[in-house]
Design a binder for this molecule. Structure first.
Ligand code: ZN
Length: 277
């Protein structure tokens, strides 16, 4: 019996523009439509950033609420995950959409350099977001952009700021952060198993590394993320037609590893989430 893999689709992100790929969904209607097509292609989890009308990254809780409402209506059972990521957003606003109780939210457990900026996650901010997620019964996805973030997550579990078993995402290939190296992933997965037994994990990588990381995760029993947030190309020199096209490809290659896309109900069980609200 093939082992289910949770396919995450990161539909929009804070950065890619329509100039880079016209398929990047920006408006609420586009985001809902793009998610529905990805859901039908096998995605069980959608990672959401919202933009304002000019296309800039936004923290507007109402906008998050509208996208969530449309997605829940058109994609029954799909796991909704809000980003609390920093790019282009004020620290004080990054948790403002948690009041709408998405199933999950991203939580980076430390600071790191990106290509041209510092991704700032000071301890007080990380702890504040973690507490707010506990209060609103939102399961964090721990974003590990650099090694110390994994050990910080273990420390937060010990201090009662995170509930075990946690779900971790290893993010590779961002310049100045973790490299996209297979042996690096092996080390991360081994450390996770030793520090936080029972944790689940996803591997994500950006740009040309995206598909490579999907193969690595499928081979190791991990979960996989794709989508236009991380990569706007289908292959070198050819833009992805949609988020759904990227999801369909991962769904297809999963069979090579005796895996198959998890249904939303299976994904909820694997992650210990409540049934759809
Ligand atoms: Zn994101």
């Amino acid at each position: 019996m093939a082992d289910p893999v949770i396919l995450t689709v990161a539909i929009t992100g804070s950065q890619p523009t329509k100039q880079q790929n016209p398929a990047v969904p920006i408006s609420t209607a586009e985001q809902v439509e793009s998610t529905q097509a990805a859901f039908e292609a096998g995605a069980a989890l959608v990672h959401i950033h919202v933009r304002d009308d000019s296309g800039k990254s936004s923290s507007d809780p109402d906008r998050f609420a509208r996208v969530q409402e449309g997605i829940r209506k058109h994609c029954p059972g799909i796991i909704v995950q809000f980003s609390t990521g920093g790019r282009g957003r004020e620290a004080s606003e990054r948790g403002s959409a948690l009041q709408h109780r998405p199933d999950m939210a991203s939580l980076a457990t430390g600071s790191v350099n990106f290509a041209t900026m510092i991704y700032e996650n000071p301890p007080a901010l990380v702890e504040g977001l973690a507490k707010s997620m506990l209060d609103h019964e939102v399961k964090p996805e721990i974003e590990v952009f650099d090694l110390a973030m994994l050990y910080n997550a273990k420390d937060m579990v010990d201090r009662g700021l995170l509930k075990a078993p946690v779900h971790v995402q290893f993010v590779m290939g961002i310049p100045n952060a973790l490299p996209a190296r297979e042996r690096t992933l092996d080390f991360l997965v081994e450390e996770l198993g030793s520090l936080l037994p029972g944790a689940t994990w996803t591997a994500a990588a950006i740009g040309r590394h995206q598909l490579t990381a999907n193969h690595w995760a499928l081979a190791r029993g991990g979960h996989a993320r794709t989508g236009l947030e991380d990569n706007v190309y289908f292959e070198k020199g050819r833009l992805a037609a949609s988020n759904a096209e990227l999801v369909a490809r991962v769904a297809e290659i999963s069979a090579q590893y005796d895996r198959r896309p998890a249904t939303p109900a299976e994904a909820r069980r694997l992650l210990g989430l409540r049934p759809q609200a």
